[in-house]
Design a protein around this ligand. Structure first.
Ligand SMILES: [Zn+2]
Length: 122
Protein backbone atom coordinates (compact mmCIF):
# COMPACT_ATOMS: atom_id res chain seq x y z
CA UNK A 1 0.00 0.00 0.00
CA UNK A 2 1.42 3.34 -1.03
CA UNK A 3 0.88 6.66 0.58
CA UNK A 4 -1.65 9.03 -0.97
CA UNK A 5 1.07 11.65 -0.82
CA UNK A 6 4.04 11.74 -3.08
CA UNK A 7 6.85 14.05 -2.15
CA UNK A 8 8.89 15.86 -4.71
CA UNK A 9 11.87 18.02 -4.04
CA UNK A 10 13.06 20.90 -6.16
CA UNK A 11 16.42 22.41 -5.47
CA UNK A 12 17.20 25.80 -6.90
CA UNK A 13 20.69 27.19 -7.13
CA UNK A 14 20.49 30.94 -6.59
CA UNK A 15 24.10 31.79 -7.28
CA UNK A 16 27.15 33.18 -5.59
CA UNK A 17 26.99 34.63 -2.08
CA UNK A 18 30.65 35.36 -1.31
CA UNK A 19 34.19 34.05 -1.07
CA UNK A 20 35.05 32.60 2.29
CA UNK A 21 37.26 30.06 3.98
CA UNK A 22 35.93 26.51 4.10
CA UNK A 23 37.25 24.14 6.75
CA UNK A 24 36.26 21.09 4.73
CA UNK A 25 38.26 22.27 1.71
CA UNK A 26 40.98 23.91 3.85
CA UNK A 27 41.00 26.90 1.52
CA UNK A 28 39.06 29.95 0.46
CA UNK A 29 36.18 28.92 -1.77
CA UNK A 30 33.06 30.25 -3.45
CA UNK A 31 29.87 29.90 -1.43
CA UNK A 32 26.47 29.83 -3.07
CA UNK A 33 22.95 29.83 -1.80
CA UNK A 34 19.87 27.92 -2.75
CA UNK A 35 16.31 27.03 -2.00
CA UNK A 36 14.83 23.60 -1.59
CA UNK A 37 11.09 23.22 -1.90
CA UNK A 38 9.36 20.01 -1.03
CA UNK A 39 5.99 19.49 -2.66
CA UNK A 40 3.36 17.09 -1.51
CA UNK A 41 1.42 15.72 -4.44
CA UNK A 42 -2.00 14.45 -3.45
CA UNK A 43 -3.63 11.92 -5.81
CA UNK A 44 -1.39 13.35 -8.55
CA UNK A 45 -3.65 16.31 -9.23
CA UNK A 46 -3.06 18.70 -6.38
CA UNK A 47 0.33 19.92 -5.22
CA UNK A 48 0.95 21.68 -1.95
CA UNK A 49 4.23 23.36 -1.06
CA UNK A 50 5.01 21.24 1.95
CA UNK A 51 8.25 22.67 3.18
CA UNK A 52 10.81 25.24 2.11
CA UNK A 53 14.41 25.21 3.10
CA UNK A 54 17.06 27.80 2.48
CA UNK A 55 20.72 27.05 2.64
CA UNK A 56 24.21 28.22 1.77
CA UNK A 57 26.78 25.77 0.51
CA UNK A 58 30.42 25.59 -0.39
CA UNK A 59 30.67 25.07 -4.13
CA UNK A 60 33.65 22.67 -4.28
CA UNK A 61 32.70 20.34 -1.41
CA UNK A 62 28.92 20.88 -1.18
CA UNK A 63 28.92 21.40 2.58
CA UNK A 64 25.58 23.07 3.25
CA UNK A 65 24.15 25.06 6.13
CA UNK A 66 20.56 25.95 6.67
CA UNK A 67 19.32 29.54 6.73
CA UNK A 68 16.12 30.72 8.30
CA UNK A 69 13.79 32.66 6.02
CA UNK A 70 14.79 35.98 7.59
CA UNK A 71 18.50 35.35 6.95
CA UNK A 72 17.73 34.16 3.47
CA UNK A 73 15.81 37.34 2.59
CA UNK A 74 18.57 39.54 3.97
CA UNK A 75 21.23 37.70 1.97
CA UNK A 76 19.11 37.67 -1.15
CA UNK A 77 18.55 41.42 -1.08
CA UNK A 78 22.24 42.17 -0.44
CA UNK A 79 23.35 39.86 -3.26
CA UNK A 80 20.85 41.57 -5.59
CA UNK A 81 22.15 45.05 -4.87
CA UNK A 82 25.87 44.44 -4.19
CA UNK A 83 26.56 41.19 -6.03
CA UNK A 84 27.80 39.41 -2.90
CA UNK A 85 27.77 39.64 0.90
CA UNK A 86 31.56 40.20 1.02
CA UNK A 87 32.38 43.16 3.29
CA UNK A 88 29.09 43.06 5.16
CA UNK A 89 28.43 42.10 8.75
CA UNK A 90 25.87 39.58 7.49
CA UNK A 91 28.79 37.54 6.15
CA UNK A 92 30.61 37.80 9.44
CA UNK A 93 27.59 36.59 11.43
CA UNK A 94 26.83 33.82 8.99
CA UNK A 95 30.34 32.45 8.80
CA UNK A 96 30.87 32.63 12.53
CA UNK A 97 28.10 30.08 12.72
CA UNK A 98 29.16 28.03 9.68
CA UNK A 99 32.77 27.78 10.81
CA UNK A 100 31.73 26.74 14.28
CA UNK A 101 29.53 23.97 12.97
CA UNK A 102 32.16 22.88 10.42
CA UNK A 103 34.70 22.53 13.20
CA UNK A 104 32.29 20.59 15.36
CA UNK A 105 31.38 18.22 12.53
CA UNK A 106 34.82 17.59 11.10
CA UNK A 107 36.62 16.93 14.37
CA UNK A 108 35.80 13.37 15.26
CA UNK A 109 38.65 12.49 17.57
CA UNK A 110 38.88 13.91 21.11
CA UNK A 111 42.49 14.98 20.42
CA UNK A 112 41.47 17.20 17.56
CA UNK A 113 38.50 18.45 19.53
CA UNK A 114 40.77 19.57 22.36
CA UNK A 115 42.92 21.59 20.00
CA UNK A 116 40.06 23.83 18.99
CA UNK A 117 37.90 23.97 22.10
CA UNK A 118 38.07 23.98 25.83
CA UNK A 119 35.10 21.67 26.09
CA UNK A 120 35.57 18.35 27.80
CA UNK A 121 35.18 15.38 25.48
CA UNK A 122 32.29 13.29 26.73
ZN1 LIG B 1 34.24 23.38 1.04
Amino acid sequence: MGSIFNFEKFAENLGKVCQCYCYQCSQKTTWKFGKLTEWARLFSFKTIPFRKEYFVFCEPCGDDHELDSYEFKRIESIVKSLGSIDDTNVKEELFNRIHKSQLENTCTSPQEWNQISDKEPS
